[in-house]
Design a protein around this ligand. Structure first.
Ligand code: UD1
Ligand code: UDP
Length: 352
């Protein structure tokens, strides 16, 4: 079986790593990097730490507006799909790289498999929501992390090809778990501290929301470490908020995966608008304060380990101040053997 995987942004390197490792054992695995993320700390560091092979095709698309970026990726992926003639195209998550990979497979009538299918925020203004819905409705095989995602797809009339396989990010975390631990916070910060990430367009591209999040984090009862995504740094500079942020918070460059997970584990709480980080906090027993009004990872909220506070400074401060009532932790996203389940389904469907 020849499997062509399309990746391009930070969380996709994490998601692809366990599947790629499993595929390479018994199949022909072709890795395509769109180049959506290109800085070493958003891309190269994940290849090093997760032992991902060098991409077979690096498309070097880079940054641009949504339509322009997606179109450039589609054109470049299409040429690779034509040349490689894979049995299946595998896409991950909800970025523009995901949608471009999905469209190329659909237009070439190649089987399309989507890992992390069935997740919804219900917010059509969110670029990732558009990418997810379109990808799911083009996919032949939909690998969902939890029963709730399968139910969402059923409500949209998608029932064929849906497989509940658990969360591949749990596989990825388990693979490096022995290297995670003992991480010291950067700068002058010492424990106890809060770890924060902010990069979602709805938060960074609205100066009032970004300022409100800063105010909430600055009012936390503990020092806050914020490894800042380039989108966030640019927004802080654009809105004249950078000095305020660096005075109130410990701003750093994005961190490598293992170091970052170490800080997730060591923090008293995580404050984030990231999808992946909400789950990693859950797996590492750290309470999460989500800087959004909704989440795709509803089970973490239902279990009492995640609270949605949006961009309200008082709510952010209150959530970072209170003691979390950490309930018994369910395992809605499987046991970390998702890559095995995905490859088994691909073998059954495509004949090994
Ligand atoms: C993208 C995804 C988002 C995902 C995030 C993971 C879409 C629509 N969004 O958002 O779902 O959560 O990746 O981190 O696909 N930049 C750099 N260096 C880089 C890459 C980007 O400086 O290596 C800067 C550029 O100015 C760029 C901006 O960051 O314009 C945003 O990058 P982009 O990939 O468009 O979106 P993200 O915000 O990273
Ligand atoms: N991450 C990292 N270093 C950082 C911030 C995040 O390694 O400084 C990892 C994190 O552990 C998770 C992934 O990046 O695996 C999440 O990516 P991001 O938050 O950019 O995207 P999202 O999950 O929201 O799509």
């Amino acid at each position: 079986m020849k499997v062509l995987s399309v990746v391009g942004a930070r969380p996709q390197f994490v998601k692809a790593a366990p599947v790629s490792e499993r595929l390479r054992r018994s199949h022909e695995a072709v890795l395509v990097h769109t180049g959506q993320h290109y800085d070493h700390d958003l891309s190269g560091v994940f290849f090093e730490e997760l032992a991902l092979p060098e991409p077979d095709h690096h498309l070097g698309v880079g940054s641009a507006g949504h339509a322009e970026q997606t179109a450039a990726m589609l054109r470049a992926i299409d040429a690779v799909v034509e040349r490689e003639a894979p049995d299946v195209v595998l896409v991950y998550g909800d970025t523009n790289s995901t949608l471009a990979g999905a469209l190329s497979a659909a237009k070439r009538d190649v089987t399309l498999a989507h890992v992390e299918a069935g997740l919804r925020s219900g917010d059509w203004s969110m670029p990732e929501e558009v990418n997810r819905v379109l990808t799911d409705h083009a996919a032949d095989l939909l690998f969902v992390p939890a029963e709730s995602a399968a139910a969402t797809l059923r409500d949209e009339g998608v029932t064929a090809g849906v497989h509940v396989v658990g969360d591949v990010m749990y596989d990825a975390l388990r693979a490096v778990r022995h290297r995670v631990g003992g991480a010291a916070p950067p700068g002058d910060v010492s424990a106890p501290f809060v770890l924060a990430t902010v990069h979602r367009a709805a938060n960074t591209d609205d100066p009032d929301r970004l300022a409100a999040i800063l105010d909430g984090l600055a009012a936390a009862p503990r020092p806050v470490v914020l490894p800042a995504h380039p989108r966030t740094v640019e927004a802080l500079q654009r809105y004249g908020l950078h000095d305020r942020a660096s005075e109130a918070l410990e701003l750093t460059d994005p961190l490598g995966y293992v170091e970052f997970l170490g800080l997730v584990e060591a923090a008293t709480a995580v404050a984030t608008d990231s999808g992946g980080v909400q789950k990693e906090a859950f797996y590492l027993d750290t309470p999460c304060v989500t800087l959004r009004e909704e989440t795709e990872w509803v089970e973490t909220v239902e279990a009492g380990w995640n609270v949605l506070v949006g961009a309200d400074p008082a709510a952010i401060r209150a959530a970072l101040t209170r003691e979390f009532d950490r309930g018994a932790k369910p395992t809605p996203y499987g046991d970390g053997s998702s890559a095995e389940a995905i490859v088994s389904v691909l073998e059954a469907e495509l004949g090994g």
